[in-house]
Structures are given as structure tokens and as C-alpha cells.
Design a protein around this ligand. Structure first.
Ligand SMILES: [Zn+2]
Length: 238
């Protein structure tokens, strides 16, 4: 094989820079996934805590109603004692009416207590699922972290392999071309280079001049006047 032309070196560098971009985005994807999964865990944990708070409130509500029931029952016992010792008929009758009214109120209260206890049961029954969800999402996050850590190690290894290849290939460039290359890469990364496509810049599709085309044909590089990309002849043409 003949000595590599500037174009073929730049072409290789462009491919390596694309690999690096890809590796960097793969590396960045891991923490994003972890953040999404952490958010999910946070949500189910909030659900579990909300449910616990709702249960506490429902129990308190049921307790209060039961307390009220006991004091109402005590009041009735009290009224019945008074009625049994009533001297006047009128007093006896009034106390009887009061007792009947209180007994009606107690029936309503008993229904309310039943409802409140049913609500407590209902929430209690939801608790195992809420707890399971927290466990499930905690495990999933742990699993994901391990997997991403392993993947990151592989990607870092690949990255250092590609970086040393990059350095090696960069050293093949003549000093002046290397400076231009380094400048475009510094500003635009892999997007600082493009192949020519049908006499146009492969990046911005600007028509290239005859002089630029002959430069490219000779295996050199050219700079797109429109977008500033470092251009090289695409592989099929050189
Ligand atoms: Zn261009």
C-alpha cells in the first residue's frame, strides 16, 4: 500500500472522532438511565409514605368515632338512671324522649364507625403492594447501577483504545494540516469534518470550487468556505 494521503488520514480521523462521539454518548446515557430509575423509586416511595399517612388518618378518624360512641352510650346509661329515679311524670317523659333521640344518633354513629373501619381495612390491604413496589424498584435500581458500572468500564476501556489510536493517526498528519484539523475538531468535534459529495460539501451541501475539487482529487483536504468543515474526498472516489 502506498503512503497514506492526507485525505485518507483525515478520513480515518473522522471515523475515529465519530467513534469517540458515540462512546461519549453511550457513557452519558448510563447516568441518565440511573436518574430516570431513581425518580421512579422516589415516586413509589412517596406513594408508600402517602398511603401510610392516609392509614394513620383513617385510624384516627375511626378511633374518634368509637370514643364518641362510648361517651354517647355512657350518657344514655346516665339518662336511664335519672329516668328510673324521676319523681314527676313530665320529667320521666322528657328523659325518655332524650334517650330515644340519643339512641337514634348512636345508630347513625355505629354506621359511620363501620364505614370508617372498612376504610381502614381497605387501606391496610393496599400496603403490601406499596411495600413490594418500593422493594421492586430498589432492586431494579441496584441492578441497573451494577449493569451500567460494568458497561462504563467496558466503554472506558474502548475509549482509551480509540484515543491512543487517534493519537497515533494524528501524528501521521503534516504539521500545518494537523493544526487546521485540531482547530476544527476543537470547535466542532467530529462535525468539523465532512467528505465531499458530488462536488459539494457533505456537511452543508455548498458547491465546491474547481480549485477545491482538484485539491481533493489530488488526495489533499480543503476547507468549505461556507461552513468551515475540513473536507476530504469520499472513499469511493479516491
Ligand atoms: Zn460546508
Amino acid at each position: 500500500m502506498a503512503t497514506a494521503t492526507t485525505a485518507s488520514v483525515i478520513r480515518t480521523l473522522h471515523r475515529i472522532q465519530r467513534q469517540l462521539t458515540d462512546l461519549r454518548s453511550q457513557l452519558a446515557a448510563g447516568p441518565k438511565q440511573i436518574s430516570i430509575q431513581s425518580k421512579r423509586l422516589q415516586n413509589v416511595e412517596t406513594e408508600r409514605l402517602d398511603l401510610a399517612a392516609t392509614l394513620k388518618k383513617a385510624r384516627k378518624h375511626a378511633d374518634e368515632k368509637q370514643l364518641l360512641l362510648r361517651s354517647s352510650e355512657a350518657k344514655i346509661t346516665d339518662l336511664e338512671t335519672k329516668r328510673n329515679t324521676a319523681k314527676a311524670n313530665r320529667e320521666y317523659q322528657l328523659l325518655g324522649e332524650q334517650i330515644d333521640a340519643d339512641k337514634m344518633a348512636i345508630k347513625v354513629l355505629e354506621d359511620e364507625i363501620l364505614e370508617a373501619l372498612e376504610r381502614v381495612d381497605e387501606i391496610t390491604n393496599q400496603q403490601p403492594t406499596a411495600t413490594d413496589n418500593v422493594k421492586k424498584f430498589t432492586d431494579a435500581l441496584e441492578q441497573l447501577k451494577k449493569q451500567i458500572q460494568k458497561e462504563a468500564a467496558r466503554l472506558e476501556e474502548e475509549m482509551s483504545r480509540v484515543l491512543s489510536k487517534l493519537e497515533e493517526v494524528e501524528s501521521e498528519l503534516a504539521v500545518e494540516t494537523r493544526e487546521v484539523y485540531q482547530r476544527v475538531v476543537k470547535h466542532k468535534g467530529e462535525d468539523g469534518m465532512a467528505s465531499s459529495e458530488g462536488g459539494c460539501c457533505g456537511g452543508c451541501h455548498q458547491q465546491l470550487t474547481g480549485k477545491m475539487l482538484s485539491q481533493l482529487m489530488a488526495g489533499n483536504v480543503a476547507m468549505c468556505r461556507s461552513c468551515g468543515r475540513l473536507l476530504y474526498e469520499s472513499e469511493t472516489n479516491s
